[in-house]
Ligand binder design. Structure first.
Ligand SMILES: [Zn+2]
Length: 265
């Protein structure tokens, strides 16, 4: 009797496992990781008000180690887009690594590590933050942004790092709720400041139909969200709106075990 019950449970488990694997195969999903700032444990302690946005260098390295140990492919934006459009299939173990805002710490700590690990990533920069920054060397201040000089050097120094828009001057609460003409002007301003880009990341994850309209009319092909609710932190799937791509929040750091589990879910 007990043997039969056990047999039935094992059989049911195997059926569910098969169904789950078929579901994953038919509905592939890709984790888009969202980081912000990065610093040593000491630097993070020195800026307690920034702690939700800072991952320590050691913790970030653990994430990269996990990706390397488990043979994850780190995507270029083009690969992600082509997958999104159904033009290519990608390994189940694929991730897109992104950084928001354009902090100098990314250049100091994250980009060299990514290069060492032979991994790709994207940084979404805010035009006027970069233009206002004159710092080219690291002094431990986590509130420093990359300068324009550094941004222009990236292509040569770190071909594995792609740069896209996080707006020119819309990085404040509610900025997205302005007239379409203002949003359009911002797109033009970013273009003049750096170059024409076709991927956008909404400041504070805030978006609306007008913003999406402006992006679509300005030949953008993808726009990334950030929250605002925890339930919105999920993997991206092909069925997502191209202008509402979800991401997983990694900003404040995460243990290697939780990171691994988060990627599996
Ligand atoms: Zn931001």
């Amino acid at each position: 009797m007990l043997k039969n019950i056990l047999k039935s449970i094992v059989l049911l488990f195997l059926i569910f496992l098969c169904l789950y694997l078929i579901y994953i195969y038919k509905n592939p999903k890709i984790a888009v990781l969202c980081y912000h700032n990065i610093g040593t444990a000491e630097e993070k302690e020195n800026f307690p008000e920034e702690k939700d946005w800072v991952i320590t260098v050691d913790n970030f390295k653990e994430h990269l180690d996990y990706l390397k140990e488990h043979n994850y492919k780190t995507l270029t934006m083009e690969e992600f887009y082509n997958w999104k459009m159904g033009k290519i299939n990608l390994p189940y173990k694929s991730v897109l690594i992104t950084f928001d805002d354009g902090f100098l710490s990314n250049y100091e700590y994250a980009f060299p590590l990514l290069k060492e690990y032979n991994m790709n990533a994207t940084v979404f920069v805010v035009g006027n933050f970069i233009e206002a920054s004159t710092k080219n060397t690291w002094d431990g201040n986590l509130k420093t942004y990359m300068s324009k000089d550094i941004l222009l050097k990236l292509e040569e120094e770190y071909p594995n790092i792609e740069v896209y828009s996080h707006s020119y001057n819309l990085h404040f609460q509610g900025a997205i709720n302005q007239e379409e003409t203002v949003l359009l002007e911002d797109v033009k301003n970013f273009e003049n400041f750096y170059k024409k880009t076709d991927v956008f990341c909404y400041p504070f994850g805030q978006y609306n139909a007008s913003a999406q309209n402006v992006l679509q009319n300005s030949e953008f092909k993808l726009a990334f969200k950030y929250g605002p609710n925890k339930k919105d932190y999920k993997k991206a799937s092909r069925s997502d709106n191209n202008f509402e791509i979800p991401r997983l929040n990694m900003s404040h750091g995460m243990s290697k075990i939780t990171f691994g589990l988060r990627l599996l879910m």
